[in-house]
Design a protein around this ligand. Structure first.
Ligand SMILES: *Cc1c(COP(=O)(O)O)cnc(C)c1O
Length: 449
């Protein structure tokens, strides 16, 4: 690693803190900054920031001395400052704003367990974070100092997982799971590992970014007992990649934990292809694989951070081909209303005929791929993976249509609408005429005989 690239920093007010305190995560957590007076000792607040900090009912503010030290005190537009210091733009409502824009609570069979995709769940295990992002997608539940880890809800979550064998991947989030008391975190991992059908566990955390000293050898020794364990961190701007973060990631990687990164596309922070290229290249240097770039959610407090969706496409256009494929994240819009993540990318497919595909590359070079004129199609009847597929009925989607599960997906109320108030008549009596031959489990048999 090249230490000269990521210098350690300490704001002048912390200059006299002894190293053993500075490097102690408990000291960092108990010395977080949250008031006008405390911030004024680090940099001069703008009027908008002062007004926001004096507003009652504001989403929780709390910033570790370590993270606040990464802010350039002379730059009111510092990209780290914008992520954690509130401004009065945050309290301005906007069209489309929702409290729970991803409808996570609607998709939770038990409190704090979001089961939106067939084989994996999001498990919210705490409401606490090491510091609080102003654009938090879960500001509705995060940050309440009185609502911490709930054992009763944890038991309900474990109970749901035990009786839901299609779940093979559990993603721990919150809040930030790495802020849990070490004993509770270990108990949680151990209880999940007791469930045989849970193949992988993932942790979504910003602790390595806000509080890298929390990633101690003791922590990684504990985590590595629960493999296969994956981790996603959350870095938005190259200024967050400090020597301390690099070392924390190194400890995690050495414990065998594959690291990914999720960024949020934020106006005034990282809405620039050149900033993003530097960010993703610095991430792969510290062995963190950029995973997702999120379009900002339609959540209260985040309106002023939104960019046009086109900005994300422009960023991916500037990355794909221009830098290592490992450094290119998937740009996603998490669908308002609860549709889950929808990937978006520039279009590389220009045209096609029955056996030619016309493609363009990142440079604008246009090429033809010659497809086989005679293709011997894959035969599901002799493929043991096709035979043993375990697709949940109802979530096959477009892939399910390709797989012959169903021939159409209709919007809600489609049949009633097109009935046009007419009743039964002679042409509608035989419903079999709308059943496609050979599609759907009930109709396959006729063909297979
Ligand atoms: C993002 C997310 C997941 C994980 O999705 P991957 O694409 O597998 O990383 C799971 N559940 C919910 C509700 C999510 O929002």
């Amino acid at each position: 690693m090249s230490p000269e690239l990521f210098p350690s920093r300490r704001a002048p007010i912390f200059a006299d803190v002894p190293d053993e305190k500075w490097n102690d995560w408990r000291w960092q957590l108990s010395h977080r900054l949250n008031s006008v007076d405390e911030f004024e000792k680090v940099f001069k607040l703008t009027d908008g920031e002062r007004r926001a900090l004096s507003t009652s009912g504001l989403f929780r503010v709390d910033i570790t001395p370590y993270f606040v030290s990464l802010i350039d005190p002379d730059d009111p537009n510092d990209p780290i400052r914008k992520q954690v210091i509130p401004t009065d733009a945050e309290i301005t409502p906007f069209t489309g704003m929702m409290e729970d824009s991803l409808a996570e609570d609607l998709h939770s069979p038990v409190p704090g367990l979001v089961h939106r995709y067939p084989d994996r769940v999001l498990m919210l295990v705490t409401t606490q974070c090491a510091s609080y992002c102003r654009y938090c997608t879960r500001s509705r539940i995060v940050g309440d100092p009185l609502a911490q880890f709930s054992r009763a809800e944890f038991e309900m979550q474990i109970d749901y997982l035990k009786r839901t064998p299609q779940v093979r991947d559990v993603l721990l989030s919150g809040g930030d799971p790495l802020t849990l008391a070490p004993k509770i975190l270990e108990e949680l991992l151990a209880r999940l590992r007791e469930i045989p059908h849970i193949e992988i566990i993932r942790i979504g955390t910003r602790v390595p970014v806000f509080l890298p000293m929390r990633v101690t050898q003791e922590l990684t020794d504990m985590l590595e007992k629960y493999h296969p364990l994956w981790m996603n961190i959350h870095v938005n701007h190259p200024n967050e990649i400090s020597q301390e973060l690099a070392e924390a990631c190194d400890r995690l990687s050495r414990a065998g934990i594959p690291l990914g990164n999720q960024s949020v596309l934020l106006a005034g922070v990282n809405d620039c292809p050149h900033i993003m290229r530097k960010l993703v290249q610095d991430l792969v240097r510290i062995r963190v694989r950029p995973y997702y770039l999120y379009q900002c959610d339609l959540v209260e407090g985040a309106g002023h951070f939104r960019t046009p969706v086109a900005k994300g496409i422009e960023i991916i256009e500037a990355l794909r081909g221009h830098t290592s494929g490992y450094a290119v994240p998937t740009f996603v819009v998490d669908a308002p209303g609860g549709g889950g993540k929808i990937p978006l990318a520039p279009n590389y497919l220009l045209s096609m005929s029955d056996h030619k595909i016309i493609l363009r590359n990142y440079e604008g070079f246009i090429t033809t791929y010659e497809e086989p004129v005679k293709y011997e199609a894959h035969d599901p009847k002799t493929c043991r993976y096709c035979q043993s597929k375990r697709m949940e009925p109802g979530q096959g989607g477009v892939s399910g249509m390709l797989d012959g599960e169903q021939m159409f997906i209709k919007p809600e109320g489609f049949d009633q609408l097109h009935n046009r108030g007419g009743g039964q008549h002679r042409l509608r009596a035989d419903t079999a005429k709308w059943t496609p031959l050979g599609i759907g489990s009930g109709n396959k048999k006729e063909l297979e005989g």
